[in-house]
Design a protein around this ligand. Structure first.
Ligand SMILES: [Zn+2]
Length: 279
């Protein structure tokens, strides 16, 4: 569930609390979090390292360590990093790090799909991320031409490609629906048939919704929380997502919910015309 804006919010909130701190001890309660590595091996690996930087690529939070390694954290569905809380007061605790200022960083995860992966050195980290992720949408290199290259010859619905992390890193179900609505593109349109100017509009819309999401500190619609336990407010700014049955803020038509690429998808039938399928 956490998408790029939620992970970026977590990164920004944790950065001043974590950077420069050394891990005094680590405890990993759930083997699934770090498999195929054994939990005790990864916990021991993290003890004594200093946190140099917090970065993000797509939906991956990258904890850069002073020995050159990277801990790549993926929150998946329901992972949360909570700093400064007592783990005894939290449900679904899967890992705890104690820092050298005596504070605790607690990882909770109801559904247990999140992952922690230790990557030894920059080469291994770069290879791991490049294998999984396409263009970073808030980078200068992301524009209509980048989408044109990625969509060329593809018959898949445009929403399916926006969700594909190999195409655009960090976009998930919420921000794909919001971006397609702003760009006035129906999610079922075959990606490779969209004309250049529409792709420029789509790239621009992706950036706008991600920036709005970051400014709102993410969308707290299910389990996502800020690292201090607070909530994001992007859910109050949705134009179509989760608003089926309500009027479109642009044209007043009733928003409908469809299924595209296996995901609940929110569309305004006025702003986003159903594609004529030609095969
Ligand atoms: Zn509309």
């Amino acid at each position: 569930m956490p998408e790029l804006p939620e992970v970026e919010t977590v990164r920004r909130r944790l950065e001043p609390r974590l950077v420069g701190r050394t891990v005094r001890w680590a405890r990993i309660d759930d083997e699934r979090l770090v498999r195929p590595e054994p939990a005790d091996v990864i916990a021991a690996r993290l003890e004594g390292v200093r946190i140099d930087r917090l970065e993000r690529r797509g939906k991956h939070l990258l904890v850069r360590l002073d020995d050159g390694a990277t801990l790549a954290v993926h929150l998946r569905m329901t992972g949360n990093l909570i700093h400064g809380a007592d783990p005894a007061t939290l449900a679904h605790v899967r890992a705890v790090l104690e820092l050298d200022d005596g504070t605790l960083l607690v990882y909770t995860d109801l559904r247990r799909f999140g992952t922690w992966t230790v990557l030894e050195g920059d080469l291994e980290a770069d290879a791991y991320l490049d294998e999984r992720l396409g263009v970073e949408p808030l980078d200068g290199a992301f524009d209509g031409r980048a989408l044109k290259r990625a969509f060329a010859g593809r018959r898949a619905p445009v929403k399916a490609l926006l969700l594909d992390q190999h195409v655009v890193a960090g976009v998930g179900n919420i921000y794909a629906d919001e971006a397609l609505h702003r760009a006035r593109i129906h999610p079922l349109v075959p990606a490779g048939t969209i004309a250049g100017p529409r792709l420029t509009a789509l790239a621009e819309a992706v950036k706008v919704v991600l920036e709005l999401g970051i400014a709102a500190q993410g969308a707290s619609i299910s389990d996502y929380r800020l690292p201090d336990g607070g909530f994001g407010s992007m859910q109050e700014r949705f134009r179509v997502f989760d608003r089926q049955g309500e009027p479109c803020p642009e044209c007043g038509r009733t928003i409908v919910k469809l299924r595209v690429a296996g995901r609940g998808t929110h569309v305004c039938p006025g702003c986003q015309r159903t594609p004529r399928v030609t095969r």
